[in-house]
Design a protein around this ligand. Structure first.
Ligand SMILES: O=C(O)CCC(=O)C(=O)O
Ligand SMILES: [Fe+2]
Length: 516
């Protein structure tokens, strides 16, 4: 019989922390300390009680004892707001805010002594924390941040040689690196990563930002299909299914595995924004480890399905293993596999976040605009305004301004362009767009809208004469002089113009070339 503690809350009803402080081992892992080599000892240093308004200004921790290399802070369950821990080193800043769950969770943080850290003011309640010194006790090399720096240097070397290889022919599009933990779809984002995964990804991210690589997360799904052996085979004469995690592995196993199928799903960026539902992957080249099923086969599957005995043969056993992976790729490869197809929405989303010009991305979106004009054209126009690039705005509107007879920019979008570039800056593009309209009644609607928008500008004469000219140019040839332009009806275009437009469909790329 084992021992079991019985908790009688009438006798003792308290929070408690085990004096063994298991978190030390975990903290060492996160810090990248070789626990066996360093055999670190910990000693309590201070109990800190912060009340509303309390804070701790940025500082590094002094080495209070010989061999001390890090601090561990245990934030005890206590209700407070504010009190974020801001940690910075080598130009990398991170903030940990544990206030939301502070009442009933214990948070453990650790940093090397030479890392700058700060506790922001508590805005309400109390924050109770104990700090510990972490001390190296053996003759092996003392743990230091330099070890992470060596990792960062190595990663940088690898990525830079990948860039060099890009110039060759057969190069990898991306690398898919299996992480230690499995994260649910809802937790597929950088901020949800734990332990070593978190450390590795944040170190790799530093290098990626520096050398122009992007990072994402995805779920690697390994499916094994084969014949079973085991007691369950003979007992299960009917189909049996084992929902997620609830199977009995001792009961049944593979006699032989016929197929190992790997798919990559739920590809997201580090903020958790969906990129693609399914990511094609070169199984033989892009995965690390190269053969993940070998590693997973000995572990418990996430799902298992067994058909049961089928007549004379034992039926098919299927197992699924799902693991989270870090996806790394050179930014310029984004066009080929991140943004393609359904990823075009994601490309527009990425463009919306670009404050500094990314001409390559804008050009690529324009080149694909016919696939998704309603997202692409407004996104490029918004970027052009942010980047103060009038020519890009002009090219975007002239690429594909009309979609199913509707202009792709609404009054708000047009108003923003007038504000950014002025009437004189963009009227030439709009004249061209109006000429390219598939139907003159749509042009007339747009002119009426523009007239209202332009009322706020200073040069009413120049504007009204431009408006007049646009109306005249749009006026149907057969309408008698003096007729109100707004009553102009469908018979609006010279016949040859219609046929020309039909041939070109809605693409006006050809037209746009001469307007710059
Ligand atoms: O309260 C904290 O989380 C940090 C305490 C600290 O930085 C220190 O004791 O040196
Ligand atoms: Fe400190």
């Amino acid at each position: 019989m084992g021992t079991k503690s019985v908790i009688d809350k009438t006798v003792r009803d308290t929070w408690e922390i085990d004096a063994k402080l298991n978190s030390v081992e975990k903290a060492c892992k996160v810090l990248g300390v070789n626990y066996a080599a360093s055999q670190p000892r910990w000693e309590p240093y201070k109990l800190l009680l912060y009340e509303t308004g309390s804070h701790f200004l940025p500082h590094v921790d002094t080495e209070k004892v010989d061999g001390m290399f890090a601090t561990i802070v245990v934030v005890l369950p206590s209700r407070y707001t504010g009190g974020e821990a801001c940690i910075s080193h080598n130009g990398v800043d991170t903030t940990h805010d544990c206030s939301q769950t502070s009442l009933n969770t214990t948070t453990v943080m650790a940093w090397y002594t030479d890392v700058m850290h700060e506790i922001k003011p508590i805005t309400s309640g109390y924050r109770l924390a104990i700090s510990f010194n972490l001390i190296h006790t053996t003759n092996s090399l003392r743990p230091a941040l330099g070890i992470n720096a060596a990792f960062v240097r190595k990663v940088k070397e690898v990525l830079l040689s990948w860039v060099e290889m890009q110039e060759g022919s057969e190069v990898l599009e991306k690398i898919v690196f299996l992480l230690d933990h499995r994260y649910s779809k809802a937790n597929l984002r950088g901020s949800a990563l734990k332990g070593l995964d978190d450390l590795r990804v944040s170190l790799v991210q530093q290098v990626c930002n520096e050398v122009g690589f992007s990072l994402g997360l995805a779920t690697v799904v390994c499916r094994l299909v084969g014949s079973p052996v085991g007691e369950g085979v003979y007992r299960g004469r009917h189909r049996r299914e084992f929902p997620d995690g609830k199977h009995d592995n001792g009961d049944i196993d593979f006699d032989y595995i016929e197929k190992r199928i790997i798919a990559i799903e739920d590809f997201v960026d580090l903020d958790g924004n969906a990129i693609l539902d399914r990511l094609p992957v070169g199984i033989k080249t892009e995965l690390i480890p190269l053969n993940p099923t070998k590693r997973l086969e000995n572990e418990d599957p996430d799902e298992q399905e067994y058909q049961g005995y089928m007549g004379n043969y034992p039926g098919t056993l299927r197992r699924w293993y799902r693991r989270t992976a870090l996806v790394i790729w050179p930014e310029e490869n984004s066009y080929y596999f991140v943004y393609q197809g359904k990823g075009l929405c994601y490309a527009c989303h990425t463009l919306d976040k670009e404050d500094s010009p990314d001409a390559g991305l804008a050009e690529w979106i324009l080149s694909q605009a016919a696939i998704l004009p309603t997202s692409c054209i407004p996104a490029v126009c918004r970027a052009a305004i942010r980047w103060n690039d009038k020519a890009l705005w002009g090219r975007a509107v002239n690429t594909l301004f009309w979609h199913k007879g509707h202009p792709l920019l609404d009054n708000e979008g047009l108003g923003q362009a007038f504000d950014a570039f002025g009437f004189e800056g963009i009227n030439q593009f709009l004249s061209h767009v109006l000429k390219a309209s598939p139907r003159s009644e749509d042009s007339l609607d747009l002119i009426t809208g523009l007239e209202a928008l332009l009322r706020r500008y200073d040069d009413p004469e120049a504007i009204s004469s431009w408006i007049r000219k646009q109306r005249d140019d749009t006026r149907p040839m057969i309408v008698a002089p003096g007729d109100s332009p707004n009553t102009a009806e469908t018979q609006t275009r010279p016949v040859e113009d219609h046929s020309e437009r039909k041939r070109k469909g809605l693409h006006h790329d050809g037209d746009s070339a001469d307007v710059t």
